[in-house]
Every structure is written in C-alpha cells, then in structure tokens.
Ligand binder design. Structure first.
Ligand code: SF4
Ligand code: SF4
Length: 68
C-alpha cells in the first residue's frame, strides 16, 4: 500500500535517496512509502529529520511498514 508522507516539502527529497530498498516513491507531487517494501530500518526518518523538513519526525517505523 502507498501511504503519503508529505507533499514533497524538500525540492530534492533526502529520504528518498536514503532508502536502499526503494520503498519511497515520488509520485503525483508527493512522497509516499510503499508499506509492502519497507522493512522499518528508520534510515529515511533520520535523514528527513536531519536534513529535510522533518515530515517523518512523527511517523513511527511501524507506520512506515503499514502496521500502525
Ligand atoms: S520532508 Fe522528508 S520526506 Fe518530505 S521531501 Fe523532505 S526529506 Fe523527503
Ligand atoms: S524505514 Fe522503510 S522506507 Fe525508510 S529507509 Fe528503511 S526501508 Fe526505506
């Protein structure tokens, strides 16, 4: 399932590049997580909070995996 993370807050999404499993997608002007691919490693969340506009700050790894 694709769950929306943010409306592409950063011009170049840092989190998207961090995901080795390519579970994040840039589609229709927004950033989504593919919950079927995500393993909950948390790398995207760390990068987003550190370098981006913190859209993933409140999201749990369980949410990224579609479990919450
Ligand atoms: S706020 Fe996070 S998820 Fe949104 S575009 Fe920026 S780095 Fe990507
Ligand atoms: S938590 Fe999920 S979406 Fe984020 S980097 Fe890890 S596998 Fe990719």
């Amino acid at each position: 399932m694709l769950n929306v993370i943010c409306p592409h807050n950063c011009k170049d999404c840092y989190a998207l590049r961090a995901c080795a499993l390519h579970a994040l997608v840039d589609q229709q002007g927004a950033i989504y997580v593919d919950t079927d691919k995500c393993i909950g490693c948390g790398c995207c969340k760390t990068i987003c909070v550190t370098f981006g506009y913190k859209a993933l700050e409140e999201k749990t790894t369980a949410w990224l995996m579609g479990a919450a």
